[in-house]
Design a binder for this molecule. Structure first.
Ligand code: ZN
Length: 295
């Protein structure tokens, strides 16, 4: 237990947690005493059933998705978690090979190490539409908080290198070649803690379980598992068969006419197509990962 510096309330601490949010007054504070900055949150603008309806419409854009997906898929569970992110405004001078570049960037660093390696790691975040944090609101919408175990000092360093990467990408695009950039004399490094609401949903189709993640503020799908229609898999299998047959035929043709390059390249390309079809035919589910990288 740690005492809240604002209201004195006893706050429970998870192992490894370095930024705590007081459940009584909503104040976010660091265990080490470091400054948190402004504390904001995203609002929940979609109820679970609405998110599921939008997800099904989104999933039907893929040709592999079964035609009866909209009517047959059933929502079986939905959790709402508010994930903490450090969102930065970074501005100042950046040293590049050609000289100094004055630039500004908005970058986000996950405050929860659990999201590393998941689609949530590179979530595209903006401060637009964010409101002041209210713990009462989180409780009201049935959300829980993911533990914040990345402190402000560690996040500051990550934010500077993310900003360098953003400026480097921008410069590289402008100059048409790859440019390395180093922050030199930053005038602005404004840090905010933002809790972002994310739905983790489970659904069932044809007796099998699937999962998806969606942003509860704007309904964007962040991760999805979607079943593949049986007919599509059969078509892919047929495609694989004919590609392999064509590969064999063109190999024979190339040999017969004394065209060694043709005898090698064409069958290889066709075999590649065949292998891809085979791979498509073997996939029981399509996993779509939508990354919202910055830039
Ligand atoms: Zn408090």
């Amino acid at each position: 237990m740690v005492a809240c510096p604002y209201c004195g309330g006893e706050v429970e601490r998870q192992p490894g947690e370095v930024v705590l949010t007081c459940p009584y007054c909503g104040t976010a504070f660091t265990v080490g005493g470091g400054e948190v900055g402004e504390h904001l949150m995203g609002r929940v603008n979609y109820a679970p059933h609405r998110i599921f309806e939008l997800f099904k419409i989104w999933a039907l854009r893929f040709p592999e998705t079964p035609n009866d997906f909209g009517s047959e898929a059933r929502l079986t569970g939905c959790d709402l978690t508010f994930y903490p992110y450090w969102v930065y405004e970074v501005a100042g001078s950046f040293r590049a090979a050609g000289g100094l570049e004055v630039a500004a960037a908005e970058v986000a660093v996950p405050a929860c190490s659990r999201v590393r390696g998941t689609p949530l790691e590179r979530l595209k975040l903006s401060l637009a539409g964010k409101v002041y944090y209210s713990h009462r609101y989180v409780v009201q919408v049935g959300g829980k908080l993911a533990a914040a175990d990345v402190g402000p000092e560690e996040a500051d360093r990550a934010a500077v290198s993310l900003a360098e990467a953003v400026v480097a990408r921008r410069l590289s695009r402008r100059l048409g070649r790859s440019v390395a950039v180093r922050a030199e004399g930053l005038e602005k490094l404004v840090r905010r803690l933002v809790h972002v609401p994310v739905y983790s949903c489970a659904y069932e189709y044809g007796g099998r379980p699937y999962r998806f993640l969606a942003d509860a503020s704007d309904s964007r799908v962040l991760y999805a598992e979607i079943p593949v229609e049986a007919r599509f898999r059969a078509a892919a299998l047929a495609g694989a068969g004919s590609s392999f047959a064509l590969a064999a035929a063109s190999f024979a043709l190339g040999l017969a006419y004394g065209l060694p390059a043709f005898a090698l390249v064409t069958p290889l390309a066709l075999a590649g197509v065949g292998a891809y079809c085979l791979y498509k035919a073997s996939a029981r589910e399509v996993v779509v990962k939508e990354f919202f990288a910055e830039g």
